[in-house]
Design a protein around this ligand. Structure first.
Ligand code: DX5
Ligand code: ZN
Length: 216
């Protein structure tokens, strides 16, 4: 089990402090949401956040969730910035391109995850299973933090686990809190992205501890 906090809803001027506090509470990997204003109707961070993150916290992992349909600009820039693991959306490009960028990431020693939107069926998954390190099942439509967990995702997680035969971990992203994390875990999820649940309450440490407690 791993919690990968999304830094999206942190007050940008507090990023260093909040990441430090979360790391002291045991977090090893952070989820960095990249939104390009095209693939999703919102803008977030550029590659400099990733390079600053790796410079400031070299021992922490940067997981980049790429919400962009311009991989030719974005993927090399985020690789150069020091991304450890990149999550590519199935919906953002055609299959040939997706395979090309998966190979590119592997050549650059960056681990790869495939991301499926809530309305993308698992039938697209099999050809990618031998090539990926992680599967991210979106539990909201991407674009914004603070949305409600889509309950139907649990059945999708269950089916994905069967298809993956426990070889690749399943991650969930969107609307994760103490209740929905538990539901996703019961369905088979192993990596939990949480943003507003961790960073929009009074104490980041208390929220991390609570999520750790329910997921034990
Ligand atoms: C949504 C992003 C998520 C989001 C999570 O497009 O991919 O990572 O920031 O935020 P919460 O936990 O608030 O749903
Ligand atoms: Zn995300």
């Amino acid at each position: 089990m791993m919690i990968a906090p999304s830094i999206l809803n942190i007050n940008n001027l507090d990023l260093k402090n909040d990441i430090q506090v979360a790391a002291q509470a045991g977090i090893k990997r952070f989820h960095i949401d990249i939104m390009d204003g095209h693939f999703v109707p919102n803008l977030s961070f550029g590659p400099q956040v990733v390079s600053d993150f790796k410079k400031t916290f070299p021992k922490l992992e940067a997981e980049v969730h790429l919400m962009s349909n311009k991989p030719e600009i974005m993927v090399p820039a985020f690789v150069k910035a020091g991304t450890d693991l990149m999550l590519l959306h199935y919906e953002a490009m055609d299959t040939a391109e997706l395979n090309k960028w998966i190979d590119y990431l592997k050549q650059h020693q960056v681990r790869v995850g495939l991301v499926l939107n809530p309305d993308t069926p698992l039938t697209v998954l099999p050809p990618f299973i031998p090539k990926i390190d992680q599967l991210l099942i979106m539990t909201v439509y991407p674009g914004f933090g603070g949305q409600k967990f889509i309950a139907e995702s649990c059945e999708k997680i269950r089916q994905a686990k069967v298809m993956l035969a426990s070889k690749i971990p399943v991650e969930v992203d969107g609307g994760i809190n103490r209740q929905t994390a538990k539901l996703a875990q019961e369905a088979g999820a192993e990596i939990f992205v949480a943003g507003s649940y961790l960073f929009c309450q009074e104490s980041v440490v208390a929220q991390i501890n609570e999520l750790n407690r329910v997921l034990k």
